[in-house]
Design a protein around this ligand. Structure first.
Ligand code: ZN
Length: 260
């Protein structure tokens, strides 16, 4: 694989990451993503093209709007870098094969869900519902996991969280798991299959537990005011399953199932 391919994927990743920032910001507010140029959220000034270059503009403007000098969140360049990093990792793992494109698209969806759920405590249906269909559809492509594995993944993923939601509601007398989480887990199951969806649940629960403990220790006020959304942890768990899933499952099978 030549270096040019890596550079191209990195550049594409930054540009797509820049687009994901727009999606994350605009869609929960009911704005049309494609309409109009980007603008400063603070002074609403339309950005010149040279203010729109991923990462570089942020660095050149030192994290401030060129017009009103309002602080621009470090999150914008981070989302761009994260998207590019996902692309580069997947290119290294899969080269320019079908899984590269499939997992790249899934990672973009995960990045969008991560930040929208963090900001608004919703996981949009317009990602998860088409995502479920897409997950089932790509199981047919060469190198795909196959429709049976995908369908079982969907049921195991969505079903587990549905059960967790029912039990949680009985135990705590309040909604513990939203419908958005259930649909997201079904989507991830359809893409990754049942083994990886179980793996990502364990990872998500472990990360969620650690973060919740830190969160509650830091602020008693937050504890009362809002539930910590589960979607971001599912997204992190899914990223881990994409990166380490095959190795972890192989390790488990070798050491625990074929044990000596
Ligand atoms: Zn501004």
């Amino acid at each position: 694989m030549n270096i040019g391919t890596y550079i191209t994927v990195a550049a594409f990743g930054l540009v797509i990451g820049s687009f994901l920032n727009v999606v994350i910001y605009r869609l929960p507010l009911g704005m049309i993503v494609a309409a109009g140029r980007s603008f400063c959220p603070s002074c609403k000034t339309q950005l010149k093209w040279y203010c729109n270059i991923p990462v570089l503009s942020y660095m050149a403007l030192r994290g401030k709007c060129g017009f009103c000098h309002a602080h621009i969140s470090i999150r914008y360049p981070l989302v761009e870098l994260l998207t590019a990093a996902c692309g580069l990792y997947l290119l290294w793992q899969y080269h320019l094969s079908i899984p590269f494109y499939v997992f790249s698209a899934l990672c973009c969806a995960l990045i969008v869900i991560f930040f929208i759920d963090l900001d608004h405590q919703i996981i949009p249906d317009w990602i998860t519902l088409p995502g479920i269909v897409a997950g089932l559809a790509v199981s047919f492509v060469p190198g795909g996991i196959g429709i049976l594995q995908s369908a079982i993944g969907l049921v195991v993923g969505g079903g587990s969280l549905f059960l967790a939601a029912v039990i949680g509601e009985k135990l705590f007398k309040k909604e513990a798991m939203g419908g958005g989480d259930i649909k997201m887990a079904a989507m991830l199951g359809a893409f990754l299959g049942w083994q990886k969806v179980l793996l990502l649940f364990m990872a998500a629960a472990a990360i969620g537990l650690v973060v919740s403990i830190i969160w509650m220790a830091l602020s008693a006020k937050l504890r009362k005011e809002r539930l910590i959304p589960f979607g971001p942890f599912l997204a992190l768990g899914a990223m881990l399953a994409i990166v380490y899933g095959d190795r972890l499952i192989q390790f488990y099978v070798q050491n625990f199932l074929h044990g000596n």
